[in-house]
Each structure stands twice: as C-alpha cells, then as structure tokens.
Design a protein around this ligand. Structure first.
Ligand SMILES: Cc1cc2nc3c(=O)[nH]c(=O)nc-3n(C[C@H](O)[C@H](O)[C@H](O)COP(=O)(O)O)c2cc1C
Length: 433
C-alpha cells in the first residue's frame, strides 16, 4: 500500500461547536498568529502533508433560536492567505492550503495571490477551490441571493482554466536576468494567455515567475456531478465529508473513473475524506475527552444545530423526547433526524450532541490502534488515499494525533518516516505530466 497522505483542517481552532469554550483552547486563537503557528508546527512535527484553512466570506448563520449567533465561535477569524503567508517563513516543509472563492474573486487576482504564497513558501502552496454556497456571502458582494448553481459552476470551470493558464505564463527558465547582456527574460519562454471566454477576458501574462513546484496544488471539495467533473479535470486533491464507508467508496470510485476522460491516471488525484479522530490511550480516556466537550455545548447552540432540519425546539424540554415534525416546510429534511432519534431513543439534548462533533465528517473515538485500523480499512477498501484530519479542538487534537496515531501508522508501514522533499508536490508525489 502507498503511504497515506494527511492534512489538518485548522479552521477556527477546532470543529466541535463548543471548541472555543474548552479550557485548553485559546478563545481568541482564530485571531492569533501564535496559536496557528503552534498548531502548524505540531502538524509539521507529525510529518503532515499540509495544513488547510476553510473560509467563508461572511458571518454565516441566522440567529435561530435567538441568542445562538452570539454564542457561536464563528465571528472572528483571520483571512487565510494572509495567515498562511505569515506562517510560510516560520515553517519548513508542510504544505499551506487556503480556500479561495471562484464566485467572489477574479482569476488574475487569485492566480497572483496563490502563486505569491507558493514562492514565499518555496513551493508549498495549494488552492482549495470553492464556489461559495452561503446566502450571507452573496450579500457582501452586491448580490441579493447566491448566484444559481449552474452560473457558479460555469464560472468556476472557466475561472480554474484561466488561473492555470496564468500560472503557465512563463517557462521555469524564462527569467535569465543576465547582467552582462542586459537580457532580463527570454521572450520565447513567455506565454501570453489571450483568454476570451463567457465569463472572463484576460490577456496575461501573469507578472510572476513560474511556481517552484510547477504549479500550486489544486484542491476541490465539491460533491455534485458538476463538482466531481471539475475536480476530475483539474484536482490534485479532493476533500470530502463522508460518514460511512459505502458512501466514501462510491465517491472515491466516481472520482477515479472520471479521470481517464481527461487523460489522467488514478494516482494523479488524492482523495481525502475528513476524519475526526478523538484519541486516548484507552477507549475510556478517548470517550472522556469527547464527553468533556459535549458538556460545554450551550443548549441554544445545540438547538440551533437542529433548527434547519427540525425547526425551533426551544419550547420543548431539552431532556425530553424529540417531537414529531409537523411543519410541512421542515417535513422531508426533518424525517431522517426524527427517525434517528426514535431508533436510538435520543432526547433533544442527546440528538444535538450526537450531531455536534463531526459536522458531517466520520467520527472515530478510540485508541491509536482503533484509529489506525479504521484508516487502514478505508484505504484498503478504496475509500481514501489519505485523510483530512478534522480536529475537535486545537491544539490538543493535533498533539494527540501526532503523539499517538502517527507512530502507530508508521509502525504499520502506512505513513512516512521523513518528508520526501521540500515542496508540497514532492510529498504528495504529484507532479503534472
Ligand atoms: C472538506 C470540505 C471543505 C469545504 N470547505 C469549504 C470552504 O472552506 N468554504 C466554502 O464556501 N465551502 C466549502 N466546502 C463546500 C464545497 O466547496 C461545496 O460547495 C459543497 O461541498 C457542495 O458541493 P457541490 O456544490 O458540488 O454539491 C467544503 C466542502 C468540504 C467537503
């Protein structure tokens, strides 16, 4: 088996909805360089391929039930590209991947920003391409609503082609800078894009030398057929959120089978599902870590996490049964939740606790061996080439993973003992043909 690839998603100092209230978490960490540096250095010590920053272009979410918004840890965080640029000189080998929106940016700006990060970091940058689905994002860019799905995806497909075209503006040896002859660049090695498409007209070339790793790494996280197609054409890495093995296998197969149509091989794309690993030296210790976080969930936030599917439950006893959904507006989305509560005998509190931690990702609570078993099984079953680690809270979750799970994976021959090289593509083993 090839070695697993590992990413760490370090958004907001953790994904558990009560993360910011945990005594070990700096409550203002998402606004602090030193907090992100501490986390990134831990991941680098653990030989992770990359750290990853998700992004939203608004304070998302409604205040339902009232008071929920003021209790969420989501309203204060640093801008990803700026943050990763600050981390670049303070780290050596780990990849630095930021999210960038194709809906609310222009290809020339974005191509320039990511290629700058790539140069500043010596070839360690990656771009997570998103089309930004949030209704609140649209309101910050002159739209009343989110542009419709096809509009966003048409724009995304062209956007990605333009960015990659701009990144190819110069051959690697175009800048001769010969002081004796006075020649700065070789004009034969300059490629003017001259793009004229439906959404963009971009002449080029980009005012920047070629990437130290050929091209920054391209990451996609879309799930729809359009999202999968665009990934098959241009992705190096695909992130996904899959809770069960059968879904993950189907997703993996659907990405890999799309590749030949684009002249690409299976091994050209790394599929990385999210994995929330809550690890302890014993299963009881792991469980206790999760329980400590669960106890910190403010009931208003717990109810808010159910609001979209079950409506406002604040008039009900949180330790009583989940009421049968009556409102037809909620009916279909509510049914899955309600049936789950029925099957497990969950109260309202138990239901939101069951959903609170993983945010749609696979959650495994156990010993290092339990976590490694699960990762090995998903790899062997062709559901994953690696994992994007989704921490409950930081820095504790990455410290635990690096101290306990990484050595276990290494012992089994599933993970590297040293970085393969200085650039992100060296470690991913992904150079474009
Ligand atoms: C692991 C992962 C990370 C994501 N990160 C972001 C993000 O940072 N910002 C964002 O707006 N959307 C993010 N998304 C949403 C996706 O880009 C995409 O909009 C969503 O999965 C729906 O995909 P589809 O529109 O192709 O169905 C993420 C999705 C996944 C699975």
């Amino acid at each position: 088996m090839p070695h697993l690839k590992l990413g760490l998603s370090m958004f907001r100092m953790g994904y558990h909805i009560a993360a910011w209230r945990h005594p070990d978490v700096p409550a203002d960490g998402a606004m602090r360089l030193d907090a992100f540096l501490r986390v990134t250095q831990a991941a680098e010590r653990g030989l992770f391929d990359l750290v990853f920053l998700a992004d939203e272009l608004a304070v998302r979410g409604s205040d339902n039930p009232p008071g929920a918004q003021a209790r969420s840890g989501a309203a204060a965080e640093l801008e990803p590209l700026t943050l990763l640029s600050a981390l670049a000189p303070l780290t050596r080998t780990i990849g630095l991947v930021a999210t960038g929106s194709t809906t609310y940016s222009e290809p020339y700006n974005l191509a320039r920003q990511f290629l700058s990060l790539d140069h500043l970091s010596g070839g360690r940058a990656g771009w997570n391409v998103v089309t930004s689905w949030g209704a609140e994002d649209a309101l910050n860019f002159g739209h009343m609503t989110v542009p419709d799905y096809d509009t966003r995806y048409d724009r995304a497909a062209e956007f990605v082609d333009v960015v990659r075209g701009l990144w190819a503006s110069w051959d690697a040896d175009a800048f001769v800078r010969d002081k004796a002859t006075g020649l700065f660049h070789d004009p034969a090695k300059r490629h003017v894009l001259e793009h004229k498409g439906r959404c963009f007209t971009v002449r080029g070339p980009l005012s920047m030398a070629r990437s130290p790793q050929g091209e920054p790494v391209m990451v996609f996280a879309g799930d729809s057929p359009a999202g999968r197609d665009i990934a098959a054409r241009s992705a190096d890495i695909v992130f996904t959120a899959k809770q069960d093995l059968a879904d993950a296998k189907a997703f993996y197969a659907s990405i890999k089978e799309r590749l030949p149509a684009h002249g690409r091989r299976e091994e050209d794309v790394v599929v990385m599902p999210g994995l929330m690993a809550i690890v302890g030296r014993t299963r009881d210790e792991a469980r206790a870590k999760l329980d400590a976080l669960q106890a910190l969930i403010d009931p208003v936030l717990g109810l808010a996490s159910l609001y979209d599917r079950l409506g406002d439950l604040s008039a009900h006893d949180v330790d009583g049964p989940v009421p049968e959904p009556k409102d037809p507006a909620f009916r279909s989305r509510a049914e899955v939740m309600w049936r789950l509560a029925q099957r497990e005998g969950y109260t309202i509190r138990q239901l939101y606790m069951a959903l609170a931690s993983g945010r749609g990702h696979r959650v495994v609570v156990g010993t290092p061996a339990d976590i490694a078993d699960e990762m090995a099984h998903w790899q062997a079953e062709r559901a994953a080439d690696g994992f994007n680690v989704i921490p409950t809270h930081l820095p504790a979750a990455i410290d635990d993973f690096v101290e306990m799970v990484v050595p276990e994976l290494q012992r089994r021959g599933l993970f590297r003992l040293a970085y393969e090289g200085p650039r992100l593509r060296d470690n991913l083993g992904l150079f474009r043909r």
